[in-house]
Design a protein around this ligand. Structure first.
Ligand SMILES: *Cc1c(COP(=O)(O)O)cnc(C)c1O
Length: 398
């Protein structure tokens, strides 16, 4: 089958790094201060201000941030943590890092986030926290999770790695729970290459995370400006008060973050425009279910994921994705269920059928090319290619 149009490759994702970030990184490289410096503090202040949280702690990845929050809340062996099977693996792996047990609950087919009623049923005396993920940046049900967490006196941990800049009824993602985490991998709304950021109002938790990210050192000698050069702090650099890690974010990444954060509103607008173009173009398709966003939500789109209508199989979906890739149009299968990952099945005995909605949804999703600079023509090419691939499947069935 010929391609609908001859064209250049349209990738699934593409970072948007402006001259401002390049200048900030070069300035940092020339400054001689490559770690624990002023850029880190600036980036943390920006994210704290944006989310309205008192503390922001930058770290080496979103995954590292999740790990430190669980440790900071003293979650460990014998504890259960409720979370979603429909997410990127890190939101569940962090539970395993501390020796606790992930307890999955199924999702709502509309929002793709955890079903609040099922969370309540999954709570046991061993439950020590809830990790909620704003899947694809959608904050639906966050209010309900906050209420459940309050009712059962459980900390709500917000994996906001896909939702930087999204707000719901005026509240920023990351600020709903006891602590939130952002991730800055290159496909996220803003990127630092690799990186993450914890936000919280809890001073004790923030201090514990600052210490853990830097080998368990005491906080005071490190912040600000890495007081290791201060004559009053002799000995502090090699004094370790708790088990820590090297989860620091270096200054070049923080410098990128400073530049990217300044552009966050512009980035959100650009992504909204691309999402609107897809919505308009795909609205009339009988074969597709489009993202469903509540009216009180201002989205900061992470990805644009559609799904095939009920009745399409995983094999059909996979052929459609392969067909798009064959025509140089990026497409992805976000997300395979976490409980069905080979490691989770083998280690914990999970099996197909346990979380039917998550499983059914995950077999039919197709992530479309999505980044700040997608053009109207790109959207046309993507949607035409998608149409052709779906029609091909429909014809084979008939
Ligand atoms: C991106 C992401 C993370 C963090 O990823 P890192 O690569 O460790 O920064 C965590 N959870 C979810 C749901 C994500 O999408």
């Amino acid at each position: 089958m010929p391609a609908p149009h001859p064209h250049r490759e349209i990738p699934l994702s593409r970072p948007d790094v402006s001259d401002a970030e390049v200048a900030l990184v070069v300035e940092t490289l020339r400054s001689g201060r490559l770690s624990i410096g002023p850029m880190l503090e600036r980036f943390e202040k920006q994210v704290a201000a944006r989310t309205g949280c008192r503390h922001a702690v930058a770290c080496s990845s979103g995954t590292a941030g999740l790990h430190m929050i669980l440790r900071g809340l003293n979650i460990g062996p014998g504890d259960e943590v409720i979370t979603t099977p429909f997410s990127f693996i890190a939101s569940s792996n962090c539970i395993l890092f501390v020796g606790a047990t992930p307890v999955f609950v199924d999702i709502c087919p509309k929002s793709l986030n955890m079903d609040p009623a099922l969370i309540e049923r999954a709570i046991t005396p061993r439950t020590k926290a809830i990790i909620a993920v704003e899947v694809f940046g959608n904050p639906t049900w966050m209010d309900a999770y906050v209420q459940i967490a309050a009712k059962y006196e459980l900390p709500l941990i917000e994996d906001s790695c896909e939702a930087l800049g999204t707000s719901h009824k005026g509240r920023q993602c990351g600020a709903f729970g006891r602590a939130g985490v952002f991730g800055f991998y290159p496909n996220k709304q803003i990127t630092t290459g690799e990186g993450g950021m914890i936000v919280t109002d809890d001073q004790g938790l923030a201090d514990a995370c600052r210490s853990m990210r830097s080998q368990g050192r005491g906080v005071t000698p490190l912040e600000p400006e890495g007081g290791r050069h201060d004559p009053a702090n002799v000995g502090a650099w090699l004094r370790h008060e708790r088990l820590g890690y090297n989860y620091r974010m270096h200054e070049m990444s923080a410098a990128m973050g400073v530049g990217q954060m300044r552009r966050l509103d512009e980035i959100i607008k650009k992504r909204q425009r691309v999402a609107d173009l897809y919505m308009t173009r795909l609205m009339t398709s009988k074969s597709l279910i489009l993202p469903s966003i509540e009216p009180e939500t201002v989205m900061s789109w992470f990805v644009f994921v559609v799904r095939l209508a009920a009745g399409y199989t995983a094999e059909e979906r996979n052929r459609i994705i392969a067909g798009m890739r064959n025509h140089d149009v990026g497409a992805g299968d976000y997300f395979p269920c976490i409980h069905l990952q080979p490691f989770y099945q083998k280690e914990f005995g999970f099996r197909a059928g346990q979380f039917p909605i998550a499983e059914s949804v995950s077999q039919r999703t197709i992530a479309l090319p999505f980044y700040n600079t997608v053009t109207e023509r790109d959207v046309d090419i993507v949607c035409q290619t998608l149409d052709v691939m779906i029609s091909r499947e429909n014809l084979q069935r008939a």
